[in-house]
Design a protein around this ligand. Structure first.
Ligand code: GUN
Length: 284
């Protein structure tokens, strides 16, 4: 008897040590760039079978550096995937009516299958009014309530979650974001999860959850003591700090989480890939 219990003790302490080692394994990174590349190759294969290349029109107003960069990335992805890309650049002295005139032209243009207005628009513009003019079947950003498309960022996040191969059923998900509109499509795409939306302006509650999705634009706001052990972290924030692009999640969280999407090379490239995937979907 004595020797058996001794043996048990030995085994237990062995497992204890094992579990500590596992908990301290740094999080695996979800490399959105690599997954996005795979999706772009599928989009390219589809466009190669089409008689006419599909067309994406992008409207950029003003000279927001981040918006210009996003648009450049979308243009490069279109080039790679065999999609015609046309940009319409307006300066910030333009008007709501001028942008609406461009959208109406593109709505009627048979060579334009998708229209995007790069956001944010300079403050004086009425974003909701402008977006509402886009024909729903060309609203590949899925911004309008009656657009047949789902927001590419939400789709990209789901693809990243799938890459973890973790069973998502009954998982607790917290979405910390500046706008509840961002959370709505994600809630729809995660029907088997318990999803909670938290606005950062509210008194921040407990963020410890199986999956934490953060989109607040506050550099490295999320620290290791705020997250659940072994959680999956999805970083949607993009900020510039000393010329470096960083997300909302401090990389030191890797000591606690099991997976993290980095910034750059996480959600960003997935959003672009899913935008082009929307353009190619059967709704055009
Ligand atoms: N600005 C930041 N993200 C997006 C996006 O997904 N679409 C558009 N049009 N503008 C953005």
């Amino acid at each position: 008897m004595l020797s058996l219990s001794k043996h048990r003790q030995k085994t237990l302490s062995h497992f204890d040590r094992l579990s500590v080692t596992i908990n301290h394994m740094p999080a695996q990174l979800l490399n959105g760039k690599v997954f996005a590349e795979k999706i772009l190759l599928q989009v390219k294969a589809k466009t190669a079978t089409m008689e006419n290349n599909p067309g994406l029109a992008a409207i950029l107003v003003g000279d927001n550096e981040a918006s210009k960069l996003y648009l450049k990335l979308k243009e490069m992805a279109c080039l790679e995937a065999g999609i015609n890309f046309n940009s319409y650049l307006l300066d910030s002295s333009s008007s709501d009516d001028k942008i609406i005139e461009v959208i109406n032209f593109l709505n009627d243009d048979p060579e334009t299958n998708g229209i995007i207005v790069q956001l944010p628009l300079p403050e004086k513009f009425n974003t909701d009014k402008i977006i509402s003019v886009i024909k729903p079947e060309k609203d590949i950003d899925g911004f309008q309530p009656n657009s047949p498309y789902t927001a590419p960022t939400a789709l990209g996040i789901i693809e990243l979650l799938k890459e973890t191969k973790v069973n998502l059923k009954d998982k607790n998900v917290i979405i910390l974001s500046n706008s509840e509109e961002f959370a709505l499509p994600l809630k729809k795409l995660l029907p088997d999860c318990k999803v909670q939306y938290i606005n950062p302006k509210s008194k921040i509650q407990d963020l410890k959850s199986d999956i934490l999705i953060v989109a607040i634009g506050n550099p490295h706001f999320i620290k290791p003591d705020m997250i659940k052990n072994g959680s999956i972290l999805i970083d949607v924030g993009i900020s510039k700090v000393n010329g470096k692009t960083v997300g909302d999640i401090d990389p030191s969280c890797d000591q606690v989480a099991s997976w993290r999407s980095p910034v750059p090379s996480g959600v960003g490239p997935m959003t672009v890939a899913m935008l082009l995937n929307n353009l190619l979907s059967s709704k055009i």
